[in-house]
Design a protein. Structure first.
Length: 151
């Protein structure tokens, strides 16, 4: 079969349809992962996310994006000496988790740990708070303030 201009066009269109179904731009990848375009670009530059630059446009294979998502850093997966830092099943919580549980700003929890009102343990760069300490803090400090407001 002789190759004509029309067959080249149709071949390019079919190739483009196949590749478009499997690749996305940085903007689309950011939307899929619910992050900024800059976060995707940084992941590419740090070789954490595989991408290909076609002239001026980055394209990311959906399989590579899924792989990146599976291995992406997550604070909840952080370990210290081979043990999960924030293992909620064992009663270990992060500052932000405690703040959400108590419905207070994270800064209030940081302040309570610094001043000694809330006991916390430093593991590496992270503060770990035990469930018993959260209950004690809630009973001793938060409930007192709520009673004063009600009076």
């Amino acid at each position: 079969m002789p190759i004509t201009k029309d067959t080249k066009k149709s071949k390019r269109k079919s190739d483009k349809k196949k590749s478009d179904a499997k690749v996305v731009s940085i903007t689309e990848a950011a939307r899929i992962n619910d992050v900024s375009r800059q976060a995707i670009y940084i992941a590419i530059k740090l070789n954490k996310l595989k991408a290909h630059k076609e002239t001026t446009r980055w394209t990311i294979n959906l399989a590579d994006l899924e792989e990146y998502r599976r291995h992406k850093y997550s604070r909840s997966k952080s370990t210290f000496n081979g043990e999960l830092l924030f293992d909620n099943a064992k009663g270990y919580y992060s500052i932000n988790q405690v703040a959400r549980m108590l419905k207070v700003p994270a800064q209030k929890i940081y302040y309570a740990t610094r001043t000694g009102y809330l006991k916390a343990v430093r593991k590496g760069a992270a503060w770990v708070i035990l469930e018993d300490n959260i209950k004690e803090y809630r009973k001793s400090f938060l409930n007192k303030k709520n009673k004063r407001k009600a009076s």
